[in-house]
Design a protein around this ligand. Structure first.
Ligand code: AMP
Ligand code: GLY
Length: 424
């Protein structure tokens, strides 16, 4: 079959590599794609992920059998609905279900209504009311812009002054655009964070192996929030006991809640969990694969990804036995120095060929571009160097060793991805 992937980052490259392994896939397409994806798929860099009409037309022109919509913006904007309306088979939640990620107020209300464990919260449309509430609230406190904000619309405020400044930033100065028309104010929780991705067919949910992201730009979790600087999988903190609790109170409950609301969810649900002293709590939901969680999860999946996707679309996921390798993987992001603020682009990347025959090593492209001079840097996050190992420590050593195989001007990486493993 022919498959079109919508997106163009490291996550999409990992999805493409996983699909390439499927005996059922004869040809892959990707919009817009990147230089890495272009090695295994026909890319159309001129089509953006929000150009729905162009994507529909491209999918029809190439007569694809399946469209995989990976990023949050087109999912929340209704690309799956547009594809289906045009008679195409698409994987991902429809717009009425992608709201699980698209509105934090929606997801918090859902959790409250269906008793799914999460931090206590209030929602505000009016900055004055938010300010009045904060006067009596306990600090630290967490402010979240309601809508999509590239994972950056969350402010953790230690003092009332910071919280007041945060309300101004989100609701008045509209630092995160219209995502800040509404704001959720949330209780501050402590604990380790774990990401659990899952396949969902509307009724059944099957979780994948756990992972952990490193969101801050600098070592020791310092610096600004980013899209993610590295991941490891599985998380040693995601114990059987935690899994049992989440199965009982979070995973199926979320799928059932969406169905009960008339918002049947088919696709990927990403549970951002915090393991608090009082037990696991939902930090956030995403309606898609995580980036760079996907890079360390899919490379360990034993199933044919197309079979699992088909089962999600057809409502037969219950029959799928989802299996992961009994090993570990670590992804270290190579970024352009200065990310997530300002950085330079256009530097030639050398050493990429070293990954070609290296079993268990992957060089997932994020911000790259093919030019006549070779592959050049084209974004803040450039590559996700990923390696497997028999355990987490071996995978980490392998991934860091492989970060040395490639070089480019202004290459930046965190040095402590997976350091938490040593405390497990
Ligand atoms: P989110 O986009 O909602 O996952 O938030 C981004 C990051 O902010 C999370 O990964 C956490 O590190 C942190 N965070 C979000 N909500 C809370 C909370 N209620 N308490 C403590 N930290 C939080
Ligand atoms: N790595 C976090 C995310 O994809 O939102």
């Amino acid at each position: 079959m022919k498959v079109l992937i919508v997106g163009g980052g490291g996550r999409e490259h990992a999805i493409a590599v996983s699909m390439k392994k499927s005996s059922r896939v004869e040809k892959l397409y990707c919009v817009p794609g990147n230089a890495g994806i272009a090695q295994i798929a026909e890319c159309e860099p001129s089509i953006g992920v929000m150009e729905f009409d162009k994507i529909v037309a491209y999918a029809k022109e190439k007569a694809v059998d399946l469209v995989f919509v990976a990023p949050d913006d087109p999912l929340v904007g209704g690309l799956v609905d547009a594809l289906e309306a045009a008679g195409l088979r698409a994987f991902g939640p429809r717009q009425n279900a992608a709201i699980l990620e698209g509105s934090k107020a929606f997801s918090k209300d859902l959790m409250k209504k269906y008793n799914i464990p999460t931090a206590a919260y209030e929602t505000f449309d009016d900055p004055e009311a938010a300010l009045a509430y904060l006067e009596t609230a306990e600090m630290p406190i967490v402010l979240k812009a309601d809508g999509l904000a590239l994972g950056k619309g969350v402010l953790i405020c230690n003092t009332l002054e910071e919280a007041k400044a945060g309300v101004k930033e989100i609701m008045l100065d509209k630092h995160f655009g219209s995502a800040g028309n509404r704001m959720v104010v949330e209780e501050f929780m402590t604990g380790r964070e774990v990401s659990v991705l899952s396949f969902v067919d509307g009724k059944t949910i099957k979780t994948m192996t756990s992972a952990q992201d490193h969101k801050r730009a600098k070592d020791g979790d310092q610096g600004l929030n980013t899209g993610g600087m590295g991941t490891f999988s599985p998380s040693p903190f995601y114990t059987d006991e935690v899994d049992e609790f989440c199965k009982k109170y979070i995973y199926q409950a979320t799928v059932d809640a969406m169905a009960a609301e008339g918002r049947e969810f088919k696709g990927i649900i990403f549970f951002g969990l915090m393991l608090t002293p009082k037990g696991p709590r939902v930090l956030e939901y995403n309606a898609r694969f995580g980036d760079p969680e996907t890079q360390v999860v899919l490379c360990r999946m034993k199933n044919d990804i197309i079979d699992v996707i088909d089962a999600c679309i057809d409502g037969t996921l219950e029959q799928v036995d989802l299996q992961f390798e009994d090993n570990a993987a670590v992804c270290v992001v190579l970024a352009s120095d200065g990310y997530p603020e300002s950085y330079e682009k256009g530097y030639v990347i050398s050493g990429l060929e070293k990954f070609e025959d290296a079993e268990g090593y992957y060089c997932f492209h994020a911000g790259t571009k093919a030019t006549e001079a070779g592959v050049v840097t084209n974004g803040g996050r450039v590559l996700g160097i990923t390696a497997k190992g028999q355990d987490l420590k071996a995978a980490r050593a392998n991934a860091y060793a492989a970060t040395e195989w490639v070089s480019f001007e202004n290459k930046y990486t965190r040095h402590d991805i997976g350091k938490a493993i040593d405390e497990a």
